[in-house]
Each structure stands twice: as structure tokens, then as C-alpha cells.
Design a protein. Sequence first.
Length: 207
Amino acid sequence: MFRFSSLFKPTPLFKELIILNLIANEKKITQRMISKAASISASMVNSYLESYANEGLIDIIYSSSRNVDYKITKKGEEQRKLLNIKYLESALDFYNQAKTECFNFFKQIIDKGYKNILFYGAGEVAELMLYVINNSIDCELNVLAVIDDDQSKIGNKIASYNIISFDNVNDYNYDGILISSYSNNEVIKNKLIQNQIEEEKILEFFD
């Protein structure tokens, strides 16, 4: 499942969408849960909720001085659905652009003679790239496995591909290793070089 990355800072409308979705889908939502999910300081949560209540998007129900329930109104439900559609449209635009960027990159490395590759980094970037490969008829890349340094991931799968330890790299006959991580690109590249992986076999999307 794709998620909005921490790379993006939520706008006020996106925070509104997150909060309305939480109130609509969680029976016992708390201000602490809202603070964490919407990246809002705990001191600001109450201000947001009172604003939405004044707009008629939610009802705030006090069962006691300590127990507060939040219920989405009909107007709030309509607003929630509208915002979900708008953000779905935006997400599809971003996805289509990212898909094109990935496909063009894959075509370039295929033209250079790379076919059997290992990915390095089993995160969201790898998930998107593998999705593009799996759903592109014309992509001739053969992904052998995905390397990751997180021990909790090793032995699992990502997009149907095995996640392996770097120690198992020599078990595979690969043409190149594609660094499929943005935040750890330089760290991974340096590790590959230090472990005497030929530089022409190191493939970078974020270079």
C-alpha cells in the first residue's frame, strides 16, 4: 500500500482531510491520535477541532469533563468525500509522473546492457519502482532480489520479490545494483564501493 511520505508537509486542507477521516473511521478518537496522525502539536489540536465544529463539519460531545467524543456531521461527511476525491486526483497525477520518470530511467539502463539487477533499499521508492516494472509490458528488467540492511525485513518480500541481506549478494549473477533509496543513496553507494562493487555496476536513480 502506498502512503503519503514524510517528504511532504501537510497543508491545512490535507490536515482537515486527515482529521475528518479519523473522526469518521475511529469510534474513540483522541486528541493525541489526531496530533500524531496530522503532524499537529497537541496544543493546536483543540483549536482545529473547535474551528471544524464552528464550520458545522463535526459535533463535539462532552460526556464528562474528561471524556469527549467527536462525530462527523452530514456537512463534514460531504466535505470529507470531496477532499478525498481531490487528493486522489493529485496522488494519481504524482503517480503518473513518477511512473514515467521510472520507466524512462529503466529504458536507459536497459539500453546500456543492464538486464539482471538487484535493488538496494526495500522502502517506498523500491515499492513504486517494482510496481512500475511489474505492470509494464515493455520493461525487460529482471529484478533478482531486493537488498536491505534492516534485519527485520530480511526474509520477507516486497512486491513479490525476496528481501535479502547484503551478505548474500554474491549468490546472484547480476549486471548491476540499483540504489532504490533516496534518503540513504550516498550511504549505500559508499558501502558498495567499500565492498569492492565495481562502480559501473552501481546504478543511481537519484544522482
